[in-house]
Write a protein that binds this ligand. Structure first.
Ligand code: DAK
Length: 254
């Protein structure tokens, strides 16, 4: 139900359940976790996550699996989804969700756990859980307000409304809108950062992520520490030397 492939220097995970609009069954979520682990230990420069078929990135949790479950099983399910998406969030390389159609509920939460989101012009996104008498359980209530602010997140979560691609772009929910072939567009986007030093990109991601969790004074200390760590890499020496020598740097992730 998922495919992990390699396109040049990039790992590509394709949610491949188009008959159910790539809905996230629990077994698909477990498969995703295994794929994230495999990507984490690979030499891929970035991960692209995309949905199979022309209609959907992912239509959310598999609603047919969600009925008639005990509270204990439901809580375990939430923890499973959160833990799998946390692995995605913590990958050593940046990740790009290519939202090539619908991204609802857990599908949008999957995209929110990626470093970046691109959307095709026909994309439609939302957290419609309230319409089912539910609320998001795979990180949506936590990641969405960090990305688009409390007021907008509350509006999306409490109304469950569908947001089109233009609005998603305008409010910062997606980084860019894409016109070309979605996978090619994801790869072209990843190329914009893929030749930089992975550990250095990791320090930057970590600093920015933590900015949203701590007071400014604490965040500035984190930035001082992480920017000093970046300075200690051989890649920093290479980057500055290359500038002075007027040549292109060759980073070695060290
Ligand atoms: N789950 C299962 N099957 C789905 C599905 C889903 N989320 N979405 C679509 N499908 C299936 C449809 O049942 C249909 O299958 P057949 O009837 O042909 O067998 C097939 O995919 C095509 O769908 P449609 O015929 O509906 O296609 P349309 O183009 O007409 O409509 C749509 C597309 C995306 C507007 C519509 O399919 C739709 O509204 N889908 C549901 C969207 C949604 O509500 N997603 C779930 C959000 S809730 C948790 C807590 C919360 C959650 C999870 C866990 N824990 C505490 C553990 C909540 C998570 C959510 O994601």
């Amino acid at each position: 139900m998922i495919e992990l492939t390699r396109v040049e220097e990039f790992a590509v995970i394709t949610l491949n359940r188009p008959d159910a609009l790539n809905a996230l069954s629990f077994s698909l979520i477990r498969d995703l976790g295994r794929a994230f682990d495999e990507v984490a230990t690979s030499d891929a420069r970035a991960l692209i996550v995309i949905g199979a078929g022309a209609k959907a990135f992912c239509a959310g949790a598999d609603i047919k699996e969600l009925t008639g479950r005990s509270l204990v099983a439901q809580k375990e399910g939430a923890k499973l989804g959160q833990a799998m998406f946390a692995r995605l969030d913590a990958l050593p390389m940046p990740s790009v969700a290519v939202i090539n159609g619908y991204a609802f509920g857990g599908g949008l939460e999957l995209a929110l756990a990626c470093t970046f989101r691109l959307a095709s012009r026909n994309a439609k996104v939302g957290l419609p859980e309230v319409k089912l008498g539910l609320i998001p359980g795979y990180g949506g209530t936590q990641r969405l307000p960090r990305l688009i602010g409390e007021a907008r997140a509350l509006e999306m979560i409490l109304t469950g409304r569908t947001v089109d691609a233009d609005e998603a772009h305008r409010i910062g929910l997606v980084n860019r809108l894409i016109d070309a072939d979605p996978l090619a567009a994801g790869i072209a986007f990843a190329r914009e950062f893929s030749r930089y030093s992975l550990p250095v990109l990791g320090f930057a991601r970590s600093a920015v992520t933590r900015a949203l969790d701590v007071a400014l004074s604490e965040g500035l200390k984190i930035e001082a520490d992480l920017s000093t760590l970046a300075y200690q890499t051989r890649d920093a020496i290479e980057g500055m030397d290359a500038f002075i020598d007027k040549r292109k740097p060759v980073f070695r992730d060290a």
